[in-house]
Design a protein around this ligand. Sequence first.
Ligand code: ZN
Length: 298
Amino acid sequence: MQPIDHIHHISAIVGDPQANVAFYREVLGLRLVKQTVNFDDPHTYHLYYSNQAIENGTIITFFPWANAHPGRVGSGQVGRIAFRIPKDSSDYWQTRLNQAGIAVQESTLFKQKTLELADVHDLALALVEAEETADTPDILGFHGAVLLSAQPEATIQTLTQDLGLQMIDKTETSSHFLTTGKLHHEIVVPHQALPAGRWGVGTVHHIAWSVPTDEAQKEWQAYLYDQQYGVTEIKDRQYFHAIYFQEHGSIVFEIATEAPGFLVDEPLASLGEALKLPPQFEAQRADILAHLPQLNID
Ligand code: ZN
């Protein structure tokens, strides 16, 4: 079985969907690539964004719960989500964020200059410079994420022994890992467990790891089952196939396939412009539309 190559997507819970669209498209400059519904709760949106080139390994998704309470960030969750920006673009981003009224704090969370910020729903984000320059300052994709484990040693074991991530550093306060693929996504596990988190607005729901094929996913499912993780059946998420399990530090991990991808139900030119429903919900389209808040995508 191949080690995990890169992050497939990260999914978070936020508030008003229009505010989510404004922040991720206009402030961060990401591309809205899919408007659909939460397949487990079809009266709420599920919004997908990627980098401008719509590359694999750059997908962040949101469940906008317009009237929900704030969650509590804590153990058993993915913490801060980090995006990678081109080398020497930190000053550009600092100015751009400040002009948008977003407070930015510098840190070394990812072992180098890190710009920490919160989105419009108080979701913790970061921007970290890549080693390469680029023609534009656009976000390249994920840099990585912080995992707030309830059992850091167990989570570290899962990352290295099961998922095959490589440990690159260990300090008194945190351990750092890289995925094996060329994207080199960086995962930070703080050693001190926080009080348990609670899902709600401004918290991450899960992180998904990419596998190349359905066959590889089946192998992972069998392996995780043998390792006594409570792994789910394979779920058809229309744009990929997914299995889920809770690792021993209580964080929800997903393993997702790259195929069939976002062009399965709309062309590239109009990606993300219209609400797409999977076949099982088409018969309920009128009812679903009546319950979803209005969303303007111009
Ligand atoms: Zn997912």
